[in-house]
Design a protein around this ligand. Structure first.
Ligand SMILES: [Zn+2]
Length: 305
């Protein structure tokens, strides 16, 4: 089951405690569903829990009994008889004589509780949310531009800040920011889905931080080991050709320490000196030592390639 579908299934468990909210959610479902006119209401979903929710909503909000019909992978909820349609449109305040305009009637979502229920309704029909392991994205789509703008303004009034975009024949409201997606899902009643997104983000952050640290430490260790190997080689070169005494007095201790502690960092070598020197002091000695050893280095062969 996709994460969208899982989220919608969770939303279907939201209690229908208040009559005002039940109507508001049904209103959202109808505005964002398939067909909504004075001739026919037709809602299509692939999610069985959503199909069941639609029937419950229509029955509770309008007192109209409907059943979902399975059609391949889809479930269709349809109201086509005039008596039921009159009843539904009457409750929603539409004049049956006129065509239904796809506009948001703010009177239907005046209370905060109702506004949240309305958003749940539109998400059930037009919404999608990316799985927590993917890039964060939640969107709600409708074919009606002006409706989309009106819902956006409702959301802005509620302190949500969606972005809007047009895609082919649809208008889309979306969130890309994890915190905003979480807020939205929590508001409409999918706190479990919100939690999953949050946990995935925390895990990803931890993984990234650990990876960065490991990469950085590994790179530093490799760099240090490389430098030490070059120093050991240079010191051996001098000793092989001219013996340890060839080193000036001041560098002899450094050469000896490096040979006996090839894995030590410069700071550690500095501490091993007698008396100990500072790390910059050791750095300076090592540079002098390498410059000195360079005179004894064999002439490097030019690589073939
Ligand atoms: Zn309400």
């Amino acid at each position: 089951m996709s994460f969208s579908s899982k989220t919608k299934t969770e939303l279907c468990r939201a209690p229908l405690a208040r009559a005002c909210c039940t109507v508001a959610e049904a209103y959202g479902v109808l505005l964002y569903g398939g067909a909504f006119s004075h001739r026919e209401i037709r809602l299509t979903t692939e999610n069985a829990a959503v199909a069941n929710r639609l029937c419950v909503l229509i029955s509770r909000a309008f007192g109209v009994q409907v059943q979902a019909e399975a059609c391949g992978l889809k479930h269709i909820v349809q109201v086509a008889d005039e008596r039921s349609l009159r009843r539904i449109l009457g409750v929603l305040g539409y004049d049956f004589k006129y065509h239904i305009s796809y506009h948001l009637n703010r009177n239907m979502v005046e209370n905060d509780c109702c506004a949240a229920a309305f958003l749940r309704g539109i998400f059930l029909m037009g919404g999608a949310v990316a799985s927590p392991d993917k890039k964060c994205h939640l969107e709600i789509k409708t074919a009606h531009q002006s409706l989309c703008r009106e819902v956006m303004s409702l959301m802005l009034d509620m302190g949500l800040s969606p972005k809007m975009t047009e895609r082919r024949s649809s208008a889309v409201l979306y969130f890309k920011d994890t915190a905003r997606v979480e807020d939205f899902l929590t508001l409409i009643g999918a706190s479990r889905a919100a939690m999953e997104i949050m946990e995935a983000k925390v895990e990803k952050n931890i993984r990234n931080t650990v990876n960065r640290q490991v990469n950085c430490e590994t790179a530093n260790l490799v760099k240090a080991a490389d430098a030490s190997a070059r120093q050991v080689l240079a010191i051996r070169g001098v000793i092989d050709r001219a013996g340890e005494d060839a080193f000036p007095e001041a560098l002899r201790e450094t050469a000896r320490l490096r040979l006996s502690h090839p894995d030590a960092s410069l700071a550690e070598l500095a501490g091993l000196c007698d008396p100990p020197v500072s790390k910059p002091g050791m750095n300076h000695r090592m540079r002098k030592l390498m410059a000195f050893a360079a005179q004894y280095a064999p002439v490097e062969e030019t690589p073939d390639d």
